[in-house]
Design a protein around this ligand. Structure first.
Ligand code: UD1
Length: 366
């Protein structure tokens, strides 16, 4: 049983689902959607783009405080797991869905396999850091995306459970890159944007958007950037709600910051691949910009993907006041991805999903 529920989990899981369905007929897979994300552009679109079958079960858990959301998911997942009796529960990433599924399954004595195990930002104020640490420690199979992740797990005494598989997001990117190439001109035309002449912005971390004072500073910085170059900002629902409170949603086209709806996977990759640089607080986008050689400025003081910092391809800039200068400098730097560095891609060779499916298929059944 694979449990997903939030946007990045659909992307991380898509190549694993496809691999199992196409090449591992011995595995009976059920996909449970917790319902953490429910808007079409936060959920359905990814099933459509990756041509995935609809989830086997949908728990419609929805939004709420951390405790409420996690508790509702755990309650519904317990019934689901008791009914399905899976041999293993697969959980990708570090969201509240990941935590709810891993704790519920492990307490029912069901094995938990964590996709994207071993990431550490070291920042326990991030809900994701809590989720990923707890999940790793109740798991029996840890699928680590990088060597750094393997080292982190070893340090915590979890070495025996670890498999270095590579990152399934590389598999996802490889699977979709030809569609991105075909669609990018249309997407750029929709945004009236020219390749390498705009900054792409994505922000959704509570630490950046929940504090309205900080969000106002970030917004002011973006307006400043917009006087020099186009800013395209697809807005996450959490951020949209906070920007509405600042009453900036309507005025922004005039200010030059182009606000947009959240994009699907292909849409966001089209925008990223052609951006002059990226400003983000997302983990996945830091990595995708690295893979696509687009310079990245991360509006945080820590990252769970330290490999992206090599050679200045990604820079941590936590201070909103420093955004304009950092972006303008990044714009003129070369995109320093792994290919340009001439080193092996630290995120794997694009076969992570196959390795994960093979390990699960060979897992002894008790
Ligand atoms: C969650 C994950 C985060 C991940 C992010 C990707 C946790 C703790 N956080 O954060 O790790 O990077 O997803 O997007 O699990 N909302 C909608 N429509 C939706 C979903 C949410 O309007 O389809 C709104 C609701 O007002 C909700 C808020 O967004 O309260 C936040 O959603 P939530 O799932 O709690 O956290 P994210 O910020 O999306």
């Amino acid at each position: 049983m694979l449990v997903v529920g939030a946007r990045p989990q659909f992307i991380k899981s898509a190549p694993v689902i496809r691999e199992i369905l196409l090449n591992h007929k011995k595995i009976r897979l059920s996909v449970v959607h917790s319902g953490q994300h429910y808007d079409a552009e936060m959920s359905e679109i990814f099933f459509h783009e990756f041509r995935l079958p609809a989830p086997t079960m949908h728990l419609h858990s929805g939004s709420g405080s951390h405790a409420v959301q996690t508790a509702i998911m755990m309650k519904r997942l317990e019934g689901c797991i008791l009914h399905e009796k899976p041999d293993v529960v697969l959980v990708p990433g570090d969201t509240n869905t990941t935590l709810a599924a891993s704790v519920t399954a492990s307490k029912l004595g069901i094995r938990v396999a964590h996709i994207e195990a071993g990431l550490r930002s070291g920042d326990m104020t991030m809900p994701e850091e809590i989720n990923r640490r707890l999940t790793d420690h109740v798991s029996t199979l840890l699928f680590a995306p990088t060597r750094t992740a393997v080292r982190n797990l070893r340090r915590e005494g979890l070495a025996k459970m670890v498999h270095l598989t590579g990152d399934t997001m590389v598999d996802a990117l490889n699977a979709m890159i030809s569609q991105v190439e075909r669609k990018q001109d249309t997407v750029l035309a929709e945004f009236e944007a020219r390749a390498k002449e705009y900054v792409l912005v994505t922000l959704h971390r509570p630490s950046n958007v929940d504090d309205l004072g900080r969000l106002r500073k970030i917004h002011l910085a973006l307006q400043k950037v917009a006087t020099r170059m186009q800013v395209i900002f697809p807005v996450h629902p959490r951020t949209r709600a906070r920007l509405a409170k600042l009453r900036v949603l309507r005025n922004d086209t005039k200010a030059g910051v182009r606000l947009a709806e959240p994009q699907g996977y292909i849409g966001i990759l089209c925008l990223l691949r052609n951006a002059a640089c990226l400003l983000t607080d997302s983990g996945g986008m830091q990595k995708e910009s690295f893979l696509l050689h687009v310079p990245c400025i991360t509006l945080r003081s820590t990252t769970e993907w330290p490999e992206t910092l090599s050679q200045g391809a990604n820079r941590l800039v936590p201070e909103p006041e420093k955004i304009p200068q950092a972006l303008l400098m990044a714009r003129f730097s070369e995109g320093l991805g792994w290919g340009i560095l001439g080193v092996r891609n630290p995120f794997g060779d694009g076969n992570a999903s196959r390795r994960i499916a093979n390990i699960i298929e060979r897992m002894p059944l008790e």
